[in-house]
Write a protein that binds this ligand. Structure first.
Ligand SMILES: Cc1cc2nc3c(=O)[nH]c(=O)nc-3n(C[C@H](O)[C@H](O)[C@H](O)COP(=O)(O)OP(=O)(O)OC[C@H]3O[C@@H](n4cnc5c(N)ncnc54)[C@H](O)[C@@H]3O)c2cc1C
Length: 361
């Protein structure tokens, strides 16, 4: 496909953030295919949820907010969230006729002519006046590096590849990371594994009581402040703490969640701590890195949006250095409720921008 197609807005990604944005574009009079397109590299509906492990049932999800305009009701908590949310997003896309194009991978976005942006994809080029980037984090798992890592003879995998607990039967497993994924992996794996060890960089902070609106606002404000300064956003757990639910309480009581400090090095047979002259070694077969994800933004590199601090400065959802570009589901809006709101805010802002600036021929 050689021809460049012109639209007013391109939405990259059809997860919660992209679909919320597409919904608001549609609602405010933008026609899919004529005025905007939604491009998604994944094979089916569901955003990153379609790739999550089968044992992450809908009942284990912390609080999935419905997309705007159509509630997710009567979902079976025992069904995998990948299925529940995949089916819901599919229905949503059809109900609002959002015409998501997939699989279409955006490879790069760069400056075009007349104030337009060129979006280069696996399915040709789009020229657009505004861009909503909603690409999430799933494609950029973060693997920290530790000395000796390449010498390890066992298996290393990341949350993004977690297959469910059965594969760990009879294995000695170290889980790295103090977030929700790390604790869920441990609680699932422990009944199958020969032994589990939990290591985190900082001692985990458990949060008692419900996570009310006030606590939510405080957490979002903390991430917002970092993003405003152009720093990379922090993980959600670093600002919210881990909810002390029944499963976590049980894990603490059983000793499954007996946190140890981060090891210093990896050996061919396991992991090792050195404390002054004293060394301690634990033999393991598997290292499971539950160390989170980073924003998947490589395709925006030609636009030079990054600050020296490594992040992109964003006001609400707008990139400070380029008001044509909105990051939805990034930093403070990286939750299902945040993504919903951010989609609306981005569309409001883009409508204003497009109304102010007539199209350059
Ligand atoms: C294990 C896990 C559990 C979570 N549980 C919760 C929870 O319970 N509640 C909650 O609020 N949040 C939860 N989150 C956070 C959650 O992921 C977000 O809230 C939300 O689902 C993210 O939506 P999104 O649209 O930003 O990203 P995604 O769902 O990741 O969607 C991004 C889409 O962009 C596409 N894409 C990426 N790059 C490109 C490209 N270059 N070209 C084209 N398409 C591209 C991807 O294919 C994908 O479909 C969880 C996260 C994880 C990792």
């Amino acid at each position: 496909m050689n021809e460049t197609r012109e639209v007013e807005a391109v939405v990259i990604g059809a997860g919660q953030a992209g679909l919320s944005s597409a919904y608001h574009l549609r609602r405010t009079g933008f026609e899919p295919d004529r005025d905007f397109v939604v491009l998604d590299r994944s094979p089916g509906p569901g955003g990153a949820w379609q790739f999550r492990w089968p044992s992450l049932t809908y009942g284990k999800v912390h609080g999935m907010h419905s997309l705007p305009g159509m509630e997710l009701t009567d979902a079976d908590p025992a069904r995998p969230s990948a299925e529940v949310i995949g089916a819901y997003f599919d229905r949503y896309e059809r109900t609002f006729d959002l015409r998501v194009r997939r699989p279409v991978e955006v490879r790069s976005v760069h400056e075009g002519e007349g104030g337009r942006l060129l979006v280069e994809t696996s399915d040709g080029t789009w020229s657009t006046r505004a861009l909503i980037n909603a690409t999430g984090t799933w494609n950029r798992p973060f693997w920290p590096r530790y000395p000796g890592q390449e010498t390890f003879r066992g298996r290393q995998l990341h949350t993004a590849q977690y297959p469910g607990p059965e594969e760990f039967t009879g294995r000695r497993v170290v889980v790295v990371g103090g977030g929700a994924s790390g604790t869920q992996h441990l609680l699932e794996i422990a009944p199958y594994a020969a032994a589990t060890t939990w290591v985190t960089r900082r001692p985990p902070v458990f949060r008692e009581g419900p996570f009310d609106q006030e606590a939510g606002r405080t957490s979002v404000a903390l991430v917002e402040e970092r993003v405003r300064q152009g720093l990379p956003p922090r993980s959600v757990v670093s600002v919210t703490g881990l909810p002390l639910n029944d499963a976590i309480r049980q894990g603490l009581a059983d000793g499954v969640l007996d946190r140890q400090p981060m090891f210093d090095r990896i050996t061919p047979e396991g992991v090792e701590w050195s404390d002054g002259g004293h060394r301690r070694h634990v033999a393991v077969d598997v290292i499971l890195w539950a160390t989170g994800f980073r924003a998947a933004l490589d395709h925006l590199t030609p636009l030079r949006l990054r600050e020296p601090g490594g992040g992109i400065r964003v006001e609400e959802t707008r990139a400070v250095v380029d008001p044509r570009i909105h990051l939805v589901g990034y930093g403070p809006s990286a939750s299902t409720i945040g993504a919903n709101r951010a989609g609306r805010a981005a569309v409001r802002d883009i409508r204003r921008l497009l109304a102010e600036e007539p199209v350059a021929a």
